[in-house]
Every structure is written in structure tokens, then in C-alpha cells.
Ligand binder design. Structure first.
Ligand code: KIV
Ligand code: NA
Length: 277
């Protein structure tokens, strides 16, 4: 497979070839993306909840996501590699955003950074783009702003908020964003934004007509219990298999049924053993 680039992603939009993006958090998930034809491997800050056990993405540090991004980068070579800028890492100033984005590229292996927010981020996106750092924008439901949004809820449902999301999309494209994630918005709005932009849109709960789709690894694999968002489809049930395998292992150890002496243990030459004794 060929290396996926920004140009390649733009061509996919033009030729109406859907873009498959998924989150990855470590070397094996990165390898799986590489092996299964994923176009964009994405180290999302959902890392905070699904891998590190934090109750919010806002607790994730830059050092933590870099540690995971490096591992993903070692496994995922051909897909385009995008890494989330954690909460706080692009909020203070453009200068700070550039410094932190440079770390994600230099230390984390990112080819593109992603950040959540609307028009207010246009100057930051412009500056990063000017410096040759590709930016993926993220509009609609913004998990890093869960407190100010009063929870995880669909965005852009009324005309005024739909207009705000749409205007932000235009402003961020104008500022240089190479792609935009649209999270939890009505499908009509997802389609409209996709048609009006020249850069690819990637949807998560934005309907079937965005240029690509993204899901969280642990959601599509069913690796954790808890409430399923409407936009999640479970493509596998890994947790069921893991639970079954792990309890069978524990039971086998307790029953002294593992390991088997003939097939799962090492032999020693009898003469050597006698000499040892
Ligand atoms: O961190 C994340 O998982 C995201 C979603 C868009 C998948 O930002
Ligand atoms: Na994220």
C-alpha cells in the first residue's frame, strides 16, 4: 500500500472514495490499522478515558499522548498519522500551540495535529499551517468542552447553532485546515458542510455523506462497558472474548490444568539432571 498523504485524501474526496479513520493508542492497534487498509490512524485524546482511566479528556497531558503516539507511529507507517492536541496545549497562545504541535511531530511522530474549536481557532490554525504543520479541525460536539456544553450532546440542531458550525467550518478551511472532523451533528448539516468545503470532512455521528468516518477503537470493538452513543456501531465484541479467555486462564491455573507437562513445558536431558542433583 502507498503512503497516504494530504493530497491523496483530497483526491479521495474528489473521487468520492470514502476515507476510513480510526483511533489507535499503542503499537498493536497501530499495526492493525496498517494491516487493515485504514486511511488515517488517529491518536485521539479519548486515550484519556479508554486507555488511561481518566473521567475526562481534559486530564490528559501532552507528555502522555506523546508516549502513546510514538508507539502508534512505530506500528502504523502507511496510513496518514494524526495526533490530538490535548486540552490546554493550544489554548494559551499561538506560540504555545506551535511549540506543542512541534513536539507532537518531533517526539510523537505526528504528520498532522488535530484541535477542537470553531472560528476562535482560525488564527492558530493559520499560524500552524503557515509554519508547515498540517491541522485537522474538529467541530460540533467538542469533548474537551464537555463542561461548558453541559454534557455530551448533539450540536447544531437549531438554525442558529447550525449556522455557527457552518461558519466555523468555512473559517477553518480558509485558515488552512487540511480536513475537518464533524462530531454529533444532524446528517443534513454534515452533508451541507461536506458539499461546501473543498477539504475532506470526517464524520462521527454526522451521517453517511461526510467524506470519511471515524470511530473510537474501543467503541467499534466493544472493549468497554458503558453507554453506547447513537453514532457507534459495534463491529466486534472483543470484551466478550477477553472476559471468556481470561476467566478460563484463571480457572485453568487454579485447577492446575495449565501448563500441560507434555506440551507446554521444557524437557531436560536426564544425565544433565542427575549431574545437577
Ligand atoms: O479523541 C477522539 O477519539 C476523537 C474522536 C473524533 C474520535 O477526537
Ligand atoms: Na479527541
Amino acid at each position: 500500500r502507498k503512503k497516504v498523504t494530504i493530497q491523496h485524501l483530497r483526491q479521495m474526496k474528489q473521487s468520492e472514495t470514502p476515507i476510513a479513520m480510526v483511533t489507535a493508542y499503542d503499537f498493536p492497534t497501530g499495526r492493525a490499522c496498517e494491516a487493515s487498509g485504514v486511511d488515517i490512524t488517529f491518536v485521539g485524546d479519548s486515550l484519556a478515558q479508554v486507555c488511561l482511566g481518566y473521567d475526562s479528556t481534559t486530564k490528559l497531558s501532552l507528555d502522555e499522548i506523546i508516549h502513546h503516539a510514538r508507539a502508534v507511529a512505530r506500528g502504523s507507517k502507511n496510513p496518514f498519522l494524526v495526533v490530538d492536541m490535548p486540552f490546554g496545549s493550544y489554548h494559551v497562545s499561538c506560540e504555545d500551540a506551535v511549540r506543542n504541535a512541534v513536539r507532537l511531530i518531533q517526539e510523537g511522530g505526528a504528520e498532522c495535529v488535530k484541535m477542537e474549536g470553531g472560528e476562535e481557532l482560525a488564527p492558530t490554525v493559520r499560524e500552524l499551517t503557515r509554519m508547515g504543520i498540517p491541522v485537522m479541525a474538529h467541530l460540533g460536539l467538542l469533548p474537551q468542552r464537555v463542561s461548558s456544553l453541559s454534557g455530551y450532546r448533539v450540536q447544531g440542531k437549531d438554525a442558529a447553532s447550525a449556522r455557527a458550525v457552518y461558519n466555523s467550518a468555512l473559517a477553518l478551511e480558509d485558515a488552512g485546515a487540511c480536513s475537518i472532523v464533524l462530531e454529533a451533528i444532524p446528517h443534513l448539516l454534515g452533508t451541507h458542510i461536506t458539499n461546501k468545503l473543498s477539504v475532506p470532512t470526517i464524520g462521527i455521528g454526522a451521517g453517511p455523506n461526510t467524506n470519511g468516518q471515524v470511530l473510537v477503537w474501543d467503541d467499534l470493538m466493544t472493549r468497554w462497558e458503558g453507554r453506547k452513543a447513537k453514532f457507534v456501531r459495534r463491529f466486534a465484541d472483543v470484551r466478550k472474548e477477553e472476559t471468556k479467555g481470561l476467566s478460563e486462564y484463571v480457572n485453568a491455573v487454579k485447577a492446575r490444568a495449565f501448563p500441560d507437562i507434555a506440551n507446554e513445558s521444557y524437557e531436560m536431558d536426564e544425565a544433565e539432571w542427575r549431574q545437577f542433583l
